[in-house]
Write a protein that binds this ligand. Sequence first.
Ligand code: ADP
Ligand code: MG
Ligand code: ZN
Length: 619
Amino acid sequence: MDFDDQNKPPQRKQEGPARGSKAALALFLSLALLFSALFVFNDKNPAKEIDYSAFLTNLDLGNVDAVKIIDQFEIQGTLKGKTGAEALFRTNIPYLDLNLLQKLRDKGVKISGSVKGTSPWQVLAEFAPWLFGFFILWLMLRQVQGNNKAFTFGKSRAKRYIEPPKKISFSDVAGQKEAKYELLEVVDYLKNPQKFVKMGARIPKGVLLVGMPGTGKTLLAKAVAGEANVPFFHMSGSDFVEMFVGVGASRVRDLFEQGRRSAPCIIFIDELDAVGRTRGAGYGGGHDEREQTLNQMLVEMDGFDTKDGVIILAATNRPDVLDPALLRPGRFDRQVVVAMPDVKEREDILAIHMQKIPVDPDVDVKRLARATPGTSGADLANLVNEAALWAIRKDRSIVEMGDFEEARDKILMGVARTSLVITDEEKRATAVHEAGHALIHYHLAHSDPLHKVTVVPRGRALGLTLSLPEKDVYSRSRAWLEDRICVMYGGFAAEKIIYGETTTGTAQDIRQATDFARKMVCEWGMAEEMGPVAFGQEDEPIFIGKEIAQHKDYSEDTARKIDAAVKRILEGALSRVIGLLTEHRDQLERLADELVAKETLEDSDVRSLLGFPLREAQA
Ligand code: ADP
Ligand code: MG
Ligand code: ZN
């Protein structure tokens, strides 16, 4: 459970400015109505106001019938010979008239007196202008902010996790041995700061968790808090910058203030790059706010003493764009890499998440882990959840291997479009294409083994052929790359051999193959005629502002040579594939027929169909 430390639900209620001003207008109108009614009500006295001198004249003339003296300053009275409102008058006594009483008695005027009580209406009437003024001021303030956060802006919205229902510990995080090892020191310190202080050991103030999205950075930070059993203040970098100028900085101040009060504790700033980008690198307006926020953060971190017992954790997937000032000693001077899981770690992650659902004992976690290369912890958690959903949809109370495979395929390639209607010809053409991809796997020495081939449409693809690397590989040989390109051309070649022409379904394959070949030439130095030279900049999405354009660092002549080299690689691969598939055309057709019938085939199915020996692992 997470508590909003401020206990102020109004913040959550994000009323749009339009709605807010409408409500304000209604309130304004009703108040105006109330006040005008009040003034009318208060002004009901119909007595005619006259000068004191006119009153004295009337008195002398004997016209005054009766008077009521109020608080010795005001006279209300009636005139003789008149009726109703005509007879009423009032006047103020301008000075202490010692003769007044005598005169009144001489003229035989009836005299009475009263002390004016202060009615609540009068009090209200007196304060009304003030109230009104404040109200208008408040309205204006609200309008400026454009929403309902009139009195709450500037407070940090750090969520404080006080004893979550299920405390997260290191055992909930699979793998990440090194990261855990580094963080264990932080846990130790938070558990017993005195021990460290006594030894004079310097503990890092800030620890930066660096890793791809979904690798478990947030999870690790929570686990540190859980292990150390301290409060955990969690705020995302983007929370600091969403508001208008000055608010981010005050939120930072507030967050650190809260932390200081609750020490020992952990302050966790997720997505640090949202605030911590290199200053002056933003483009267009609006980065002033971010800079202010960042500056405030630096100031706060410097003002901290580790003795305070507050550890600042932060996470980012872009350490390269962080302002160097953040990484200086005394700030985030320790970096912990949170890596993508390898095959063993994927297995552990899957196992952790499978504990939460009823799983068929036949489920092969190892195999599943092998079949999910390149996925993050978050992807795998999602996979397990999807599998459970799939089982529920099938009305089963236990999650089976098929559910996990379905979930895996869905996550890796988009939802299976089983409802799509495809004609028999289309299905056959797809089968031929996929059979081409699949068969190539068995006739090349360096390609990965086939995982499965299917003509069930998924996402945008009508069919799919998957290879299954036997282990995670981080570096590839030229032979492997060339074979991979051949596999990519398998579909194209099969269409050409069987139908004599190709379809648009080959676009993706050709693009991928071209991509590979271009990289072989331009990045990996695998084309003899070009030599071991890198051409062109990597065009990864660079943070806008640092470097907008990708620049070309070679001549037109070189560009032509590169194109020629790429083409040579691709044409070589295609002719090799056409040769192979022509030679084994009978296998190609049998495989295509089987695909039409069974729709999905695994490696072992293909092997038994075509009479290839089983692999060691399968035997
Ligand atoms: P990040 O903050 O790095 O983007 P998260 O910590 O938010 O990633 O991870 C998202 C989810 O993925 C977690 O809540 C958890 O369910 C799962 N996950 C990620 N890594 C692991 C791991 N090593 N062990 C177990 N679960 C993990
Ligand atoms: Mg996160
Ligand atoms: Zn294809």
